[in-house]
Design a protein around this ligand. Structure first.
Ligand SMILES: Cc1cc2nc3c(=O)[nH]c(=O)nc-3n(C[C@H](O)[C@H](O)[C@H](O)COP(=O)(O)OP(=O)(O)OC[C@H]3O[C@@H](n4cnc5c(N)ncnc54)[C@H](O)[C@@H]3O)c2cc1C
Length: 835
């Protein structure tokens, strides 16, 4: 009976921990349990007294704050202050920037699914929809990726004019400044559609609407700056660019050596207080044609002309192109996706202090401004462009895999190709859901710094996987460049999207979890703040409260991890839907595992976790996959749970959860502390690794969905350019697809007749004639076969050129072959250096 009593009390504790009740409630529940056993009299009195005494020794100090603070919180606080990671100014700004949304729920271990359910599933307004169906469709009609990338190395003047006239460069800025004032969802829809045709045009439209003078001015500009520049940017009278990156400061952007000195000087004939700027920037999108240059630099005030601070910090200024000392360099060539990009340099450029974005008040606030705008830009630009790309990849590869036949079968019917098709389909489903989720967050007023990092990294990585699969499925058709090739440039340009707006390795290893963990954790930031409070008693009081909430949080997540692991997530409270309840249960389980593993990592590694990128990247992967799965479930629910989409959702979901399991397992297996490795392994995987990658039958089902027109395929690829009007090869393929499918039974009839020697002939044309003669097919059926064969030959055709036509570059008159002059070295570098 004593054991029964102990087990009952343990059970009560587990239930309290699982539901995260307060300490007081746990105390009351255990006290009540002891009381009931005592009254029942079935347990020996001595046992009851001993258990009650032990309980009292634990519970009283825990519930009596002064004792608890003295015995536990104060010593712990001392240790915590010693472990507290040093946070640089720029890191602090990064931590403070942005807001936390759904990712915070996932990180905290017990997601409230009702919140996700309640989140709006935003649609475009009538005006926005009309813009997508009107000017955006027209712009897509005008563009030819081959002309742009091979002959013009730019958009042609008519296209540029159309873009400016229709205010594509100012979609997000409010109407009062003459812009379109579009929502993030509309911004996403425009980029998605344009990028499905041309990544060059996509980049040109994306940049001014993302991190750049327009957005910076909108959020931080003074009224005069807004009134002066925003209407001009709206009309395309000014072309903006923004310069942060330089030769020595890439990912580590806060290390920019570019500087400005506050001084007096002459500007437009008048003596004014201003800044003398020196900078060297590269990779700047739109720079070669920009007229208004945004520059980031560190501002110094050695003579105290602005105040008593000498190093004011990173600041941002807007400088007209024709300012004395500005040098707009020539063009870079970003991987045969020749959007306008190049270096910008400044030598003793003098501008008045009015040039500071936000005026003198915002001097030194540059890094914060950039990060806040970046969290919005990153949530939309690359996820939306990637969505356009992956949807196009899914549409085109599905159609091509049905149309292209080898061994007398559409190649999409071969199991090997099915694997690639299923991956493409699932990635398209996931990318679109992900980019929709972050764009929604922006429309709901968030600055999702962690969500946008997840979206940037995973949307571009999924796009990379899709374009690689699409190239494999297309074989030579994807390799031979020319107007008929709709994949090659996308594949070539992929590393650009991986690198810009936070290179992907850095984003995965440092930003998603590194900053995400601290941003999303319900207690860590608050504990760090509390530990820095000057007043000792206030500090201990505040820290004590947070510490015990944190301990409760930790215990709750450990118990939930274990219980949900043992019960396959059954006890999690999830939305009741027969099909998807088990998905929510899995997410609830892994959310608890993530919270538990994160707490152990932060507690034991402290500030060192920053350097342990293997661990933080994998924990970030878990958070990301949970976020992507949530986005997919939101999409499925909001689209009315279409039964026909279940296979694709299932594939994408199991793929993501399998990746989650791999990431968590690697965290456990590589955890530096052996004992904790064992504890984590037991709590997170009590029944071992049970998640499976999508099976072959499911793979087959998903692949088939891409091979023929259907509602699911339409939903999967909605919002991209599909027209055949301007000779766009994908549009033409889409038009041909139903005809090819209708002709398949006839083709099979002909093949069967050939196999059984009912029909013969050396050439295909002779075989057709013989089939008509022997009444295997009618003349009408023969016409269909001939017509479809013509269509297919056109689709599978590739381009050929005269040599001169593919010699894209032209050497300048007098230029020597080989390395450029400034790159040639007469001696090895080391001897040159010594000399
Ligand atoms: C086509 C193009 C357009 C661009 N447009 C603009 C623009 O308009 N304005 C602008 O200011 N900049 C622009 N950039 C710059 C872009 O943002 C940078 O290229 C990017 O920040 C990376 O810097 P980097 O190329 O110098 O690479 P590096 O910083 O040298 O990084 C190299 C590699 O190291 C990794 N790495 C670095 N630090 C870490 C770390 N701590 N942990 C893990 N991995 C790490 C990176 O992820 C990357 O894989 C553009 C770049 C390109 C290529």
């Amino acid at each position: 009976m004593t054991w029964l009593m102990l087990l009952t009390l343990l059970g009560i504790s587990l239930v309290c921990a699982f539901y995260g009740t307060s300490l007081l409630l746990w105390t009351a529940a255990i006290a009540a349990g002891i009381f009931v056993f005592a009254v029942a009299g079935s347990v020996p009195v001595l046992s009851v007294v001993m258990i009650a005494a032990v309980f009292a020794v634990i519970a009283i100090p825990l519930n009596f704050r002064p004792w608890r603070q003295q015995l536990i919180s104060a010593p712990f606080l001392k240790q915590f202050r010693r472990m507290l990671p040093s946070v640089s100014e720029s890191e602090q700004v990064a931590l403070d920037a942005g807001t936390v949304g759904w990712e915070g729920e996932l990180f905290a271990g017990k997601p409230n699914w009702q919140l996700l359910k309640k989140q709006a599933y935003l649609e475009l307004t009538i005006e926005e929809k009309a813009f997508i169906d009107g000017p955006v469709e027209e712009l897509c009609d005008m563009m030819n990726q081959w002309e742009i990338t091979h002959y013009d190395a730019d958009l042609n003047p008519e296209t540029w004019d159309f873009i400016k006239r229709n205010r594509f460069l100012g979609m997000i800025i409010p109407k009062e400044y003459g812009r379109l004032g579009f929502s993030a969802m509309a911004h996403r829809a425009v980029l998605q559609k344009i990028s499905s045709v041309s990544s060059v045009a996509g980049s040109h439209v994306a940049v001014p609407n993302s991190l750049g003078p327009g957005e910076l001015l909108l959020h931080y500009g003074t009224e005069e700056q807004k009134n002066e520049y925003l209407p001009k940017l709206a009309r395309g009278d000014e072309i903006p660019c923004f310069c942060l990156t330089g030769p020595t400061a890439g990912s580590d952007a806060t290390s920019i050596p570019d500087y400005g000195i506050v001084c007096k000087g002459k500007y437009k004939g008048e003596q004014v207080l201003g800044m003398r700027l020196n900078f060297d920037k590269r990779y700047i999108t739109l720079a070669p044609i920009a007229t208004l240059i945004g520059v980031a630099f560190r501002l110094y005030d050695p003579d105290g002309l602005m105040g008593d601070k000498e190093d004011l910090g990173i600041s941002l200024a807007l400088i007209p192109r024709d300012t004395k000392g500005m040098e707009i360099g020539k063009r870079h060539l970003p991987l045969n996706v020749p959007f306008q990009n190049g270096p910008v340099r400044g030598k003793d450029v003098f501008v008045p202090l009015d040039a500071l974005i936000g005026g003198t008040e915002m001097a030194g606030q540059g890094w914060k401004m950039l990060l806040e705008c970046l969290s919005v830009g990153r949530a939309i630009t690359l996820p939306s462009c990637s969505t356009g790309g992956v949807k196009m990849g899914a549409l085109a590869t599905g159609a091509y895999a049905r149309i292209r036949k080898q061994f007398n079968l559409p190649i999409g019917r071969f199991e090997g190709v099915e694997s690639a098709l299923a991956r493409i389909g699932a990635n398209a489903y996931a990318t679109s859901a992900l980019s929709r989720m972050t764009a929604t967050a922006v429309d709901l007023g968030e600055k999702p710094s962690v969500g946008s990092a997840i979206a940037k990294y995973h949307a571009t990585e999924m796009a990379r996987e899709v374009i690689t699969d699409a190239m494999d499925v297309h074989g030579g058709k994807g390799i031979i460049l020319g107007p008929r090739n709709y994949l090659g440039r996308g594949w070539q340009g992929m590393p650009v999207w991986i690198t810009v707006e936070g290179a992907n390795i850095l984003t995965r290893n440092l930003m998603i979890f590194g900053q995400g963990a601290i941003r999303c954790h319900p207690y860590v930031i608050k504990e760090m703040e509390a530990a820095r409070i000057e007043n000792v008693s206030e500090r201990t009081e505040r820290f004590d409260h947070l510490l015990f909430s944190h301990i409760g949080f930790f215990i709750r997540n450990a118990v939930r991890s274990l219980v949900l692991g043992l019960s396959f997530g059954k006890f999690a409270v999830v939305p009741h839907d027969r099909k998807t309840a088990k998905y929510y249960q899995k997410l609830s389980r892994y959310s608890a595992c993530l919270a538990f593993a994160s707490d152990i990592s932060m507690l034991t590694l402290g500030g060192k976790l920053k350097q342990k990128e293997h661990i933080s990247a994998r924990l970030g992967d878990v958070l990301s996959q949970l976020y992507i799965c949530s986005a997919m479930l939101k999409r499925y629910e909001s689209q009315g749970r279409p039964a026909a989409d279940q296979a694709i959702l299932a594939w994408a979901f199991h793929h993501a959860i399998h990746k989650t399991q791999i990431a968590l397992r690697k965290v456990v297996d590589n955890f530096p502390n052996r004992f904790l490795r064992g504890v984590m392994g037991f709590v997170i995987f009590p029944l071992g690794r049970r998640e499976r990658a999508p099976g072959d039958r499911l793979t087959h089902k998903v692949a088939q969905l891409l091979l023929a027109p259907s509602d699911t395929r339409d939903r999967l690829t909605d919002g991209i350019y599909k027209s055949a009007k301007s000779g766009h090869p994908i549009g033409q393929m889409e038009e041909a697809l139903p005809q090819v499918i209708r002709a398949e039974p006839l083709e099979r009839k002909l093949l069967k007749a050939l196999k059984h020697n009912v029909v013969s002939g050396i050439t295909w044309e002779e075989q057709i004639q013989d089939a008509i003669a022997r009444s295997v097919i009618t003349t009408e059926e023969a016409d269909i076969l001939v017509h479809v064969r013509e269509l297919v030959m056109e689709i599978i055709a590739v381009d050929e050129f005269d040599s001169e036509e593919i010699q894209a570059g032209q050497r300048k008159p007098g230029a020597k072959k080989g390395l450029k002059k400034d790159m040639r070295r007469d001696r090895p570098l080391d001897t040159q250096h010594a000399a």
